[in-house]
Design a protein around this ligand. Structure first.
Ligand SMILES: *[C@@H]1O[C@H](CO)[C@@H](O)[C@H](O)[C@H]1NC(C)=O
Ligand SMILES: *[C@@H]1O[C@H](CO)[C@@H](O)[C@H](O)[C@H]1NC(C)=O
Ligand SMILES: *[C@@H]1O[C@H](CO)[C@@H](O)[C@H](O)[C@H]1NC(C)=O
Ligand SMILES: *[C@@H]1O[C@H](CO)[C@@H](O)[C@H](O)[C@H]1NC(C)=O
Ligand SMILES: *[C@@H]1O[C@H](CO)[C@@H](O)[C@H](O)[C@H]1NC(C)=O
Ligand SMILES: *[C@@H]1O[C@H](CO)[C@@H](O)[C@H](O)[C@H]1NC(C)=O
Length: 348
């Protein structure tokens, strides 16, 4: 349940105030983490079938919440209150197409990482599943589906639907900062130069070194990580590799002693939180700042179009902006801090 609840809370950050004040949802912005993938240390990290299933479920969950087919809440005087604490509650977006995708109502952005783009596609398979004879004006209406002799033709694969997904390259598209503000930011990288001498990192570095060394012969001897790089500065990459082996490699999964994988995860969360969630310098949390800026812009676009465009906005990205935003918004110090001090789970 942990992965889902993280997703719920992050998805709802931006819809709460809209939904509660008027009980009509005009627009929603969701930040979505890619699913289970092969390790970053591998040649060509790629989404696994498990990862695709995670995203399909997440797309289905958002479909149930935002594209719900019941009476619109605004015409319901019986007090169908939207309780934003539970993704199972419905919050139908006003006048959104329920069955046939209308790309003008949506905005989906992803980085060019193949596993993130594939995650976006899997998510859409759940959000707008295949449907036959969904005659929508957005896809040309009945006329476009019908031949002159009267035969109606469906899209392939029993009515597969084609989402418009914008891929933004970190190298060539300045808008990529809205999905990933830190990885190509010279000032951020500069601020990372003394990372291992900062207070929390240096304490974690020394307290974890013997733990990492003890795992080397069992878990990392066949990885591309040499023993002298197996330390806290690589905590995320180490956890990422270990967690993949634990899930997918029968020879290694029983090499872990109780508590070892959770400790690796805790160290990885600490590394990412220290890098992106240390608020001493504004540049440290840049990934969260750009993500928040874009979120506001997307909602403004919906307002500017009088609710016609940007009904559902989906930002597919990596974990750094999440951790940076959790710190910026002080979620990592609030009532649910345990949840927000951890890395989000795949598909969250
Ligand atoms: C589709 O377009 C036709 C012709 O413009 C219009 O009469 C109809 O109301 C539209 N249907 C929907 C669901 O918007
Ligand atoms: C209509 O035209 C298509 C394409 O030429 C053909 O495959 C189909 O059998 C025709 N349908 C009828 C009812 O003649
Ligand atoms: C890193 O530390 C050195 C020496 O402690 C200092 O001169 C330098 O300004 C620091 N660099 C950054 C980016 O903080
Ligand atoms: C946060 O970053 C500053 C450098 O900007 C560093 O001096 C400080 O030790 C860091 N805080 C923690 C808790 O590591
Ligand atoms: C590496 O770990 C595997 C799995 O435990 C083990 O079978 C193998 O002997 C180890 N190799 C070395 C060089 O330690
Ligand atoms: C990292 O260091 C901080 C400060 O000493 C400590 O509170 C935290 O528990 C450490 N994290 C891990 C995973 O060891």
């Amino acid at each position: 349940m942990a992965p889902l609840s993280t997703a719920v809370l992050t998805t709802l950050l931006v819809t709460t105030s809209l939904a509660q004040s008027t009980e009509r949802v005009w627009s929603s912005v969701a930040w979505i983490l890619y699913g289970d993938r092969t390790p970053l240390l591998s040649d060509n990290p790629t989404l696994t079938p498990l990862g695709a299933q995670q995203l399909l479920s997440q797309g289905t969950a958002l479909r149930n919440r935002y594209l719900w087919k019941s009476t619109p809440v605004d015409s319901d005087s019986s007090g169908d209150n939207i309780d934003n604490n539970d993704l199972n509650d419905i919050a139908p977006i006003h006048a959104i197409e329920r069955n046939a995708i209308n790309n003008r109502q949506l905005k989906a952005m992803t980085t060019t990482d193949t596993y993130t783009l594939a995650s976006a596609m899997a998510f859409f398979q759940g959000l707008y599943p295949p449907i036959t004879q969904a005659i929508s004006n957005a896809t040309g209406g009945l006329q476009a589906a019908t031949l002159a002799n009267g035969t109606i033709i469906n899209y392939p694969l029993d009515g597969y639907q084609y989402p418009h997904i914008q891929t933004v390259s970190r190298l060539f598209n300045p808008n990529s900062i809205y999905l990933d503000g830190s990885s190509h930011c010279p000032s951020f990288l500069q601020a990372m130069m003394n990372f291992s001498s900062e207070s929390t990192p240096s304490s974690n570095l020394s307290s974890s070194s013997s733990f990492y060394a003890s795992l080397y012969p069992r878990i990392f001897n066949s990885s591309s990580l040499p023993l002298n790089q197996l330390d806290f500065r690589q905590a995320y990459n180490i956890y990422d590799y270990a967690s993949y082996q634990h899930t997918h490699n029968p020879a290694l999964s029983d090499q872990f002693a109780e508590g070892e994988l959770p400790r690796l995860r805790e160290l990885a969360s600490s590394e990412i939180r220290s890098r992106h969630g240390n608020l001493s310098l504004p540049i440290r949390s840049i990934a969260g700042r750009t993500l928040a800026t874009q979120t506001r812009s997307l909602l403004l676009e919906n307002i500017r179009s009088a609710g016609y465009t940007n009904k559902l906005n989906l930002m597919f990205t990596s974990f750094e902006p999440f951790m940076a935003f959790f710190a910026l918004a002080k979620l990592d110090a609030g009532a649910s801090r345990e949840l927000f001090r951890e890395l989000p789970y795949p598909g969250g």
